[in-house]
Unconditional design. Sequence first.
Length: 212
Amino acid sequence: MTNILVIKANNRPDGVSTKMFETYVEEAKKVQGLTITTYDVYEEDTPYFGQDLFNAFGKVQNGEELTDVESRLLSAKQKAMDAITAADVVVLAFPMWNLTIPAKLHTFIDYIYQAGFMFKYTPEGQALQLMQDKKFVVLNARGGIYSTPEAQPLEMAANYIKNVFGGVAGMQLLDEVVIEGHNADPSKAEEIIAQGMERVKDSVQKLATVNA
């Protein structure tokens, strides 16, 4: 069995990336030999990454009692890491908001972006990727058009995800589906989204090529 983790990073019911998530999961259920697990960053208890987490690390090391938020942070971090560890393929469905990813998705990444987990340092100080045996899929929606040479440098959502999961962790990019321009040109929105959803369905078929 191949373990597929599908991460949902949009709590808008009518969001385009929400529909991409739903379409991907439904299509993936039709593919034999897959175990589908979902993780909704808005449904999970994910306190923001900060000093509370570092305080918790120190308290655990010293055997001290944790506060409620410290306990929640450690549990959330471990759950996120466990989900990534168990996955052969990580699928991320997310919107571009204000040129980047939603804060809740960033928090999930903060939990797993750890030396010794995603990567490690060699004695010479070079970063070594630790997840080259995994693959990932990008499902991104953005209302504007950012694929042009002029706008592409502004795009810090899909690029960020690819830099983290591909560049830092070493996962292989299995596929990328981007739906864009539906807000820039409302007259073509339905057509743009419909065509995008067909590409999402096609993307699912690539899971059949993954040998866990």
